[in-house]
Design a protein around this ligand. Structure first.
Ligand SMILES: [Zn+2]
Length: 104
Protein backbone atom coordinates (compact mmCIF):
# COMPACT_ATOMS: atom_id res chain seq x y z
CA UNK A 1 0.00 0.00 0.00
CA UNK A 2 1.51 3.27 -1.14
CA UNK A 3 0.09 6.76 -1.08
CA UNK A 4 0.13 8.87 -4.22
CA UNK A 5 0.02 12.64 -4.24
CA UNK A 6 -3.24 14.02 -5.69
CA UNK A 7 -1.31 16.96 -7.13
CA UNK A 8 1.91 15.59 -8.64
CA UNK A 9 0.95 11.90 -8.88
CA UNK A 10 4.19 10.71 -7.29
CA UNK A 11 4.45 8.46 -4.28
CA UNK A 12 4.04 10.19 -0.92
CA UNK A 13 5.82 8.67 2.05
CA UNK A 14 3.88 9.14 5.30
CA UNK A 15 6.69 11.42 6.59
CA UNK A 16 6.28 13.73 3.59
CA UNK A 17 2.53 13.92 3.25
CA UNK A 18 -0.55 15.58 4.62
CA UNK A 19 -4.29 15.09 4.52
CA UNK A 20 -5.65 18.54 3.79
CA UNK A 21 -9.04 20.10 3.20
CA UNK A 22 -10.77 23.43 2.79
CA UNK A 23 -12.64 24.86 5.77
CA UNK A 24 -14.45 28.04 4.74
CA UNK A 25 -16.40 28.51 7.93
CA UNK A 26 -19.44 26.28 7.40
CA UNK A 27 -18.39 23.89 4.63
CA UNK A 28 -15.65 21.28 4.45
CA UNK A 29 -14.51 20.08 1.06
CA UNK A 30 -11.72 18.84 -1.17
CA UNK A 31 -10.02 16.38 1.15
CA UNK A 32 -6.80 15.13 -0.39
CA UNK A 33 -3.57 13.33 0.34
CA UNK A 34 -0.61 15.22 -1.08
CA UNK A 35 2.98 16.14 -0.36
CA UNK A 36 2.97 18.94 2.20
CA UNK A 37 4.14 21.43 -0.44
CA UNK A 38 1.59 20.26 -3.01
CA UNK A 39 -1.60 21.10 -1.14
CA UNK A 40 -2.58 23.69 -3.83
CA UNK A 41 -6.16 24.30 -2.82
CA UNK A 42 -6.58 27.46 -4.89
CA UNK A 43 -7.91 29.42 -1.95
CA UNK A 44 -6.46 31.56 0.80
CA UNK A 45 -4.11 29.37 2.89
CA UNK A 46 -5.99 30.46 6.01
CA UNK A 47 -8.91 28.29 4.85
CA UNK A 48 -6.78 25.17 4.52
CA UNK A 49 -6.75 22.64 7.34
CA UNK A 50 -4.40 19.70 7.39
CA UNK A 51 -3.03 16.85 9.43
CA UNK A 52 0.32 15.10 8.90
CA UNK A 53 0.09 11.78 7.10
CA UNK A 54 2.53 9.99 9.41
CA UNK A 55 0.34 11.04 12.37
CA UNK A 56 -3.02 10.13 10.85
CA UNK A 57 -1.77 6.70 9.71
CA UNK A 58 -1.19 5.69 13.35
CA UNK A 59 -4.13 4.49 15.42
CA UNK A 60 -4.08 7.39 17.88
CA UNK A 61 -3.68 9.94 15.08
CA UNK A 62 -6.50 8.35 13.14
CA UNK A 63 -8.78 8.57 16.17
CA UNK A 64 -7.73 12.20 16.66
CA UNK A 65 -8.64 12.93 13.05
CA UNK A 66 -12.08 11.41 13.64
CA UNK A 67 -12.51 13.61 16.70
CA UNK A 68 -11.63 16.70 14.66
CA UNK A 69 -14.26 15.68 12.09
CA UNK A 70 -16.92 15.06 14.75
CA UNK A 71 -16.25 18.51 16.16
CA UNK A 72 -16.90 19.99 12.71
CA UNK A 73 -20.19 18.08 12.32
CA UNK A 74 -21.25 19.06 15.85
CA UNK A 75 -20.79 22.71 14.86
CA UNK A 76 -23.10 22.16 11.91
CA UNK A 77 -20.51 22.05 9.13
CA UNK A 78 -21.64 20.62 5.79
CA UNK A 79 -19.50 18.14 3.88
CA UNK A 80 -19.18 18.72 0.15
CA UNK A 81 -17.83 16.15 -2.31
CA UNK A 82 -17.97 13.48 0.38
CA UNK A 83 -16.33 10.99 -1.98
CA UNK A 84 -13.01 12.80 -1.49
CA UNK A 85 -13.11 12.20 2.27
CA UNK A 86 -14.18 8.58 1.75
CA UNK A 87 -11.27 8.00 -0.62
CA UNK A 88 -8.83 9.44 1.93
CA UNK A 89 -10.31 7.33 4.75
CA UNK A 90 -10.21 4.18 2.60
CA UNK A 91 -6.53 4.66 1.82
CA UNK A 92 -5.61 5.34 5.44
CA UNK A 93 -7.69 2.37 6.62
CA UNK A 94 -5.98 0.06 4.14
CA UNK A 95 -2.56 1.35 5.13
CA UNK A 96 -3.24 0.78 8.85
CA UNK A 97 -4.66 -2.68 8.13
CA UNK A 98 -1.59 -3.70 6.11
CA UNK A 99 0.81 -2.30 8.68
CA UNK A 100 -1.00 -4.22 11.40
CA UNK A 101 -0.94 -7.48 9.41
CA UNK A 102 2.80 -7.23 8.77
CA UNK A 103 3.46 -7.18 12.50
CA UNK A 104 1.74 -10.51 13.09
ZN1 LIG B 1 3.21 15.86 -4.76
Amino acid sequence: MQFYCETCGKEVLPEEGTVSWIDEGSILRDFSITHKNDQHHNCDPKYVGYIHLNFVTGISGFMKFNEVMYDYWAKGFTLQNAGRLKKVLNQIGLYIWEKQNKKQ
